[in-house]
Design a protein around this ligand. Sequence first.
Ligand code: NAD
Length: 499
Amino acid sequence: MSDTRVFHNFINGEWVEAKFRKTFENKNPADAREVLGIFQKSDPEDVKLAIDAAKEAYKKWRLVPAPKRAEIIFKVAEILVKKKENFARQMTAEMGKILKETRGDVQEAIDMSYYMAGEGRRQFGQTTPSELPDKFMMSLRQPLGVCAMITPWNFPMAIPSWKLMPALVLGNTVVFKPATDTPLSAVNLARVCDEAGVPPGVLNLVTGSGSAVGTPLMSSKDVKVVSFTGSTEVGRKVSQACAPDFRHVHLEMGGKNAIMVMDDAKVDLAVEGVLWGGFGTTGQRCTATSRVIVHKKVLKEFTQKYVERAKALKVGNGLDPEVEMGPSINQSQLDTVTEYVKIGIEEGAELLCGGKRLESELYKFGFFHQPTVFGNVDPKMRIAQEEIFGPVVSIIPCDNLEHAIQICNDTIYGLSASIYTSSIKSAFTAMRDTYTGIFYVNAPTIGAEVHLPFGGTNHTGNGHREAGTAALDVFSEWKAIYIDFSERLQKAQIDQIVE
Ligand code: NAD
């Protein structure tokens, strides 16, 4: 243990120990004997220092011209490009998803950094004619101040970048609290920002638990917006903490995403899509396909082909290039998966494959579970309603498109949905009638790109969107400006100009 590297908080441009010098270990979910680093177990006192630093830094950062702020963000992207492979490997060791996917995670942070660097020269407002003569009107964005970012472990670099880059380019300062399972990727991102020239105090990183770091952070009156991605349960707490002072809240939460496979679908294509959507990131994506709603006419063919492919998936350490699915993130998540498998069986769903934790020599020190498929699932069953966040896919039979859409919408969530069909009519009808924030045609429920808005309806979100230009709305306020150069008092709505 003495050789294990110790990582620090990043406050006011310095890498510092937590005030009470408590630490925690970051372990590899593919082999929990491997400790990747020792991280600071921070307390509310550390959070306060970080908020104070961000508050102070805001005074200058907000006045740096946006195109200059953007140049620093562009450099962040350039450095990430160089370090991509190394960061991806560390991420796989830290949270388990396979290397191809962690490369994609870092790539998403690169894409977002380049994209938001471009916003340095946009951030367009409006100009519009006044109803009065000799009067000019425009609107512009202004930053908010200190932003809190609380993020999950499943996209340890992509998700923080979705929040960080728009916040910074708009002139805000940040206190970032990553998930306890992925502090290393957060440290890597903060180091890159430091190297790129983000000034001291503009980005502060505090590692530690939700209760000791997340709660005081979201509760601070000095924090103007809390941008949270994680479970609906914790998102509700964030919302409640901010409500008394009307502080802004941006929430991206759980999902129970469905793919609809129609009788005119290319079944083989659908099988591949549902496989990737269901078992990519070991089913631990907010957009993971956990329900497949299959037309009765193709149910038999789809099920047979799908189960065959699921059984053949190679599970193991994500650093092995042959491996197709990694472990669950930790013991507690693995326990949740086993518990839901039990629930599914008790509810009367048909276990078609998987259903067990992998415990042989190869797997026994990690949190591995077999890819699991349930057939004949009733839409009302708990496995079809609740977010499992693991490699468990439920096949739900349907009679027709209308029935499929009805099942698809019958959930408390509303993140992503998809249809496999050859019919334009079916595709457009489903696109219109599914109540989700994201919709795909002939592609799985996962795979968002950074320049379109990302987020969901119902219990998935609170009406905001991440990514795209929508992200700018989270981290800025509109200011409407009226400039009267008539040199007399003019009253809008009252003075009627008649020549
Ligand atoms: P989580 O809610 O347990 O934790 C998210 C973050 O909140 C972590 O940093 C955690 O430490 C912190 N936290 C936990 N309790 C807290 C508290 N009481 N006060 C303040 N902060 C607290 O979620 P998770 O397990 O890290 O991630 C999985 C969840 O995230 C799933 O529900 C998934 O759907 C969701 N998710 C959503 C999106 C999206 O964009 N909609 C993306 C990824 C993940």
